[in-house]
Write a protein that binds this ligand. Structure first.
Ligand code: SF4
Length: 400
């Protein structure tokens, strides 16, 4: 056992989560200089981009995009701002966009408007001659940042010592390439929010226990869906020796849940669901499985971002939906379904602060650089890590 006691640290991405929360519905971009007044620590840009108005940036991005032409494909995650998503050639969740990155082999450049782990996955799955660009290098993910590879390796060593190899590591797509690689070289697998139950079943066919990283809530919700007693799911605190448990407790657990969470999805509560039901008796509640188990249990439906889009888009006119996921997506679903009532469960408008870091000024800067023949902010995963991570990703693709 590695006897480690150290200070718990909160990722900067988590600390900044509330920087753009507001009570007004309008999430319109401001000049970057004004957004930086929230005290956030974003990537530095040439000063000329800081002062440009949203309208000026829009014109500039449009013209630069035309000039780059088919050498470029722009991928936009559903949680991106409207001012960014309008330039996406494809929209999707992290998994769908990674698959697209793998299939668009003609494009020399892939600009990934999302967060760091997504650009890494795109780099792993794309061709060797393609460059993946993340417009703002500080666009991380607070959940992914909660699982640092050194801590995960310590945990893995502890589990090997206690369980003697009878454990399979599963990591959610929302994790660093180094953690996907750890899963690849240790007979483990990657999962998404839609195929997590299938990967749990796959793992339990091989070993009696599962280590699930980094989102405790998706892990707990998935275990519960498969009938695993919450008492058999143990929370691993990376800041305490043996995750804060005795060896015996660890040995008895069926699922070890890493102590990570999404700062966006843990804002949703059972009280918000009750309020929505009292105001709208016909409301259907759909939430993401990164929410607390009580919230998932109290909702009518739960599933991935793509699932949420599908159920709302396919519902009959007049339907009423309260959605528990990132507000930029909820607002867009509402705009695209004007014959339905669609609203976010949380009345405070709180976008994912790391997705929000892809301000139009960054997109303009990377497009201008490409037109000048320069690739900025390229995301490159080292070949060994990429190869091991690809093994874990391919195991997932083989079973779903
Ligand atoms: S919504 Fe949550 S999981 Fe998704 S990128 Fe933001 S912090 Fe990460």
């Amino acid at each position: 056992m590695i006897n480690k006691v150290r200070e718990a640290t909160i990722p900067i991405t988590e600390i900044e989560q509330s920087a753009f929360c507001q009570t007004d519905d309008e999430l319109k971009s401001k000049p970057l200089e004004q957004e930086l007044e929230a005290g956030v620590q974003w990537q530095k840009l040439p000063i000329s981009y800081l002062k440009m108005s949203p309208e000026e940036l829009d014109t500039r991005i449009f013209e630069a995009r035309q000039q780059i032409g088919e050498r470029l494909v722009v991928l936009g995650h559903h949680y991106q701002r409207n001012e960014i998503i309008k330039y996406a050639d494809f929209r999707g969740d992290s998994f769908k966009l990674s698959q697209l990155a793998a299939s668009k082999r003609d494009a020399e450049y892939i600009v990934f408007c999302g967060v760091h782990f997504m650009a890494e996955t795109a780099d792993i799955l794309s061709g060797p001659d393609q460059s993946v660009i993340l417009p703002n290098l500080t666009a991380g993910c607070s959940m992914a940042d909660m699982a640092q590879i050194d801590d995960v390796m310590d945990c893995w060593d502890d589990l090997q010592n206690v369980m003697g190899g009878d454990v399979t590591p599963i990591t959610y797509m929302n994790s660093a390439a180094s953690i996907k690689a750890l899963c690849g070289r240790n007979e483990g697998i990657v999962c998404t929010s839609s195929n997590a139950p299938a990967t749990f079943k796959w793992a339990f066919e091989r070993t009696d226990k599962v280590l699930f990283l980094p989102d405790q809530h998706l892990g707990r919700n998935t275990g519960s869906k498969l009938g695993i007693d919450p008492a058999d799911m143990l929370l691993w605190n990376p800041f305490k020796p043996m995750g804060g448990h005795t060896e015996d407790e660890v040995r008895k657990a069926k699922v070890i849940l890493w102590q990570g969470h999404c700062s966006v999805h843990t804002r949703f509560s059972v009280d918000q669901i009750e309020e929505a039901r009292s105001k709208h008796p016909d409301v259907k509640i759909v939430v993401h499985p990164e929410c607390f188990k009580e919230v998932v249990d109290a909702a009518d439906l739960n599933g991935s971002t793509e699932y949420i889009l599908k159920v709302v888009n396919e519902s009959p006119p007049g339907s009423v939906w309260a959605i528990g996921t990132e507000v930029s997506l909820v607002n867009r679903v509402a705009q695209e379904n004007p014959d339905k009532t669609v609203f976010c469960l949380d009345s405070v408008v709180c976008p994912c602060s790391t997705m929000y870091r892809i301000h139009p000024a960054y997109l303009s800067w990377v497009f201008d650089a490409l037109n000048a023949g320069v690739v900025v902010n390229q995301i490159s995963v080292d070949p060994t890590t990429a190869e091991e991570a690809r093994v874990a990703l391919n195991r997932m693709l083989a079973i779903v």
